[in-house]
Design a binder for this molecule. Structure first.
Ligand code: CP
Length: 308
């Protein structure tokens, strides 16, 4: 098993295959803590973790906070619009001021790609990327890997279809890296206007034949259509998108009988997938959320607790 040597978690791209496996193994050992009556272990007692979020979040922010608390760390939540960032302070100055209060880690979500890397270069505290712009969302990819392994027992050799707004998706980028590194075959699909040029260089195949993807995939990962990023009129209409790329019960009739339907959330019901599919027997969407806590416990533990 690999040893953890990183100060920060900025992207899965920086992780070797054995390091990804170490996170998944560590998460497995933390999975049962959340099922206990007393959901707490003392692993990070005395550590302080700051959540610095400049973009909305339900799952990532809550699960990082739960993860830190279940490891007995102290936590602080800061939103950009209620901090001095709203008065013009730079995010780096804000982070330096937090570090001056002897915190141990900053979990940051920011709309601009690369901000976590800048903080990591300037701070001694561990920086964890909770989603930066369209670039990376490493803990989402790690919890997706964990969920696939939990449900299907392996990742190597599986066909994974990632469908939707690939252009704006940090989840797609991190997942393509992570899944291909562990031996899966990834095919991306979506409107041509939302398909980044050169995406194949990350190791993914591209297909616009949605029915073929549904037939051949072991896992269908549906991405949120990012309404807030559609200002350039990438699509003729949401209805058209739902018709061409949305997954409903009828479309799933041609799928493998043990297909997994995944979605990082938040979902647009009736757009990427129908309500029946979101809540149906193939959906592991809420398992992804549950596993997010264990995976984020593992990440915090490896960064802050295991190295001493
Ligand atoms: N998957 C995800 O990042 O969800 P949130 O935006 O709610 O954190």
């Amino acid at each position: 098993m690999a040893e953890w040597t990183h100060k920060d978690l900025l992207d899965v791209q920086n992780l070797k295959r054995e390091e990804i496996e170490l996170v998944l193994e560590t998460a497995k050992s933390f999975r049962e803590v959340s099922a206990r009556d007393v959901k707490k272990v003392p692993a990070l007692r005395g550590k302080t973790v700051v959540m610095l979020f400049s973009e909305n979040s339900t799952r990532t922010r809550t699960s990082f906070e739960l993860a830190a608390k279940r490891l007995s760390a102290d936590t602080i939540n800061i939103s950009a619009n209620s901090s001095s960032i709203a008065k013009g302070e730079t995010v780096l100055d804000t982070a330096r001021n937090l570090e001056a209060m002897n915190i141990d880690a900053i979990v940051i979500r920011h709309p601009s790609s690369g901000v976590p890397d800048v903080l990591a270069r300037h701070l001694k505290a561990s920086i964890i990327n909770a989603g930066d712009g369209c670039r990376a969302h490493p803990t989402q990819a790690l919890l997706d890997l964990f969920t696939i392994k939990e449900k299907l027992g392996r990742i190597a050799g599986l066909n994974v279809g990632i469908v939707g707004d690939i252009l704006h998706s940090r989840v797609a980028r991190s997942n393509i890296w992570a899944l291909t590194r562990l031996g899966a075959r990834v095919t991306v699909s979506g409107p041509a206007t939302l398909m980044p040029i050169g995406i194949e260089r990350l190791g993914a195949y591209v297909s616009y034949d949605m029915d073929e993807i549904v037939r051949e995939s072991d896992i269908l990962m549906l991405l949120r259509l990012q309404m807030e990023r559609q200002e350039d009129k990438f699509l003729p209409s949401i209805r058209e998108y739902a018709k061409q790329f949305g997954v409903n019960r009828e479309r799933l009739k041609q799928a493998k009988k043990d297909i997994l339907i995944m979605h990082p959330g938040p979902t647009n019901r009736g757009v990427e997938l129908s309500a029946e599919v979101a809540d149906g027997e193939y959906s592991v969407i809420l398992d992804q959320v549950t596993n997010g806590v264990a995976v984020r416990m593992a990440v915090l533990y490896l960064l802050l607790g295991a190295k001493k």
